[in-house]
Design a binder for this molecule. Structure first.
Ligand code: KG4
Ligand code: ZN
Length: 362
């Protein structure tokens, strides 16, 4: 169902370490337009800790949010009276940050007498290809970020089937931890990718977690431990060693992803027979990794899927995707009361097979 009229929605994203605001328009017929999209990354605040510190993140959101909102409204050239609704990420994420974004959105809704829409962050990622690529569901989504590692079938707006998730670490987290062990700084993904380019991917024998198993779940903690063990075995860690470790780690990740994707593609094909175009959308910061992208593209093609990788600023956390998900929900008559709580956990597919130990023999 497409909306009949144009909807202009302000979106707010504060679930992790990006303070973001955006104004998006849903046009009659269902196409989207980004009027503004501002993101402030808190990487510098968290760098010395090697990961996101929830308390620091919450305080930083509080400091930056008003300025980001002003910039989003100015860039868009709209007035508060032009807004049809305000949407904020309500979960899953870090509680302190979620509360900052939601309270701000609720205040704007109350003052402007406009609807408030509580957005699921995963749903925002899942639906973003509709905004930037004009894609229509269904599609298969692989979300690989610092907080999530999920394979989802996006059936239609509001209906998702989770094929798999991680039973331990998120993939971005594994990259960050490997980088930390090697003293490569934070965020670790880009640093590991750069080192890997110069390394020998076959020097270290590392596990391919879950490879060959049924289903689409992921696991990365064993791989991370294997990297730690390999480092401890070395007397001194040279630049050559670091490059070889990064290359070997990245190769193990690529093979693991390809194996999980093969199962997901097969399941999606079986559940969607006769589909004309099959799209595999990748999102999340790790999707920026060129070596992994190439491996995923090849695997997708092997199963008759086209790899769709939206531009990086749309793959990583942003508020345009939140405004877009909010606009799509609003167009379907959904908005949320002002006492809606933030949710640290909020699965997109409540019927999904539980992740912990799902089908995994200890
Ligand atoms: O989606 P994102 O920007 O933020 C959240 O997780 O919320 O993802 C950040 C994650 C970090 O763990 C970072 O190390 C990883 O994405 N990442 C990468 C690359 N660029 C970012 N991992 C591997 N290769 C990269 N080039
Ligand atoms: Zn995210």
């Amino acid at each position: 169902m497409a909306s009949e009229k144009t909807l202009t929605v302000l979106g707010i994203e504060t679930s992790c370490d990006e303070t973001a605001a955006a104004v998006v328009r849903l046009l009659p017929g269902g196409r989207g337009e980004i009027l503004s999209d501002v993101v402030l990354s808190q990487v510098a605040e968290h760098a010395e800790y090697g990961g996101v510190v929830p308390e620091i993140a919450a305080r930083a959101h509080l400091v930056y949010i008003n300025d980001m909102l002003r910039r989003a409204m100015d860039d868009a050239g709209v007035d508060r009276r032009d807004l049809d609704a305000v949407a904020a990420t309500a979960g899953p994420g870090l509680m302190g940050g979620l509360l900052v974004g939601m309270m701000t959105a609720k205040a704007i809704a109350l003052a402007g007498k406009i609807p408030f829409v509580a957005v699921n962050h995963l749903e925002a990622h899942a639906l973003s290809p509709g905004l930037v690529e004009g894609l229509l569901p269904p599609w298969l989504l692989l979300l690989i970020s610092g907080g999530h590692t999920q394979l989802l079938a996006v059936e239609e707006i509001g209906r998702y089937r989770r094929y798999g998730t991680t039973i331990d670490d998120a993939l971005g987290e594994a990259f960050d931890k490997v980088a930390k062990m090697l003293g490569l700084g934070y965020p670790g993904g880009p640093a590991v990718e750069r080192m890997a380019e110069r390394g020998d991917p076959d020097r270290f024998t590392l596990p391919r977690p879950m490879k060959g198993r049924e289903g689409c779940h992921f696991s990365f903690s064993g791989l991370k431990t294997a990297v730690r063990t390999a480092i401890l075995r070395l007397e001194t860690v040279t630049e050559r060693d670091k490059a070889d470790i990064c290359a070997s780690f990245q190769k193990a990740v690529a093979e693991t992803l390809a194996d999980r994707l093969a199962n997901a593609c097969a399941r999606f094909r079986a559940e969607h027979p006769g589909l004309e175009a099959r799209n595999l959308v990748v999102a999340g910061g790790v999707a920026a990794n060129r070596a992994l992208r190439k491996a995923m593209e090849e695997e997708a093609a092997r199963h008759g899927f086209r790899l769709v990788a939206p531009p990086l600023h749309m793959c990583t956390d942003n508020a345009a995707m939140v405004a877009w998900a909010g606009a799509l929900r609003l167009a379907r008559g959904h908005s949320d009361p002002l006492d809606t709580p933030a949710r640290a956990r909020w699965p997109l597919d409540p019927d999904a097979e539980p992740a912990a130990f799902a089908g995994v023999k200890a």
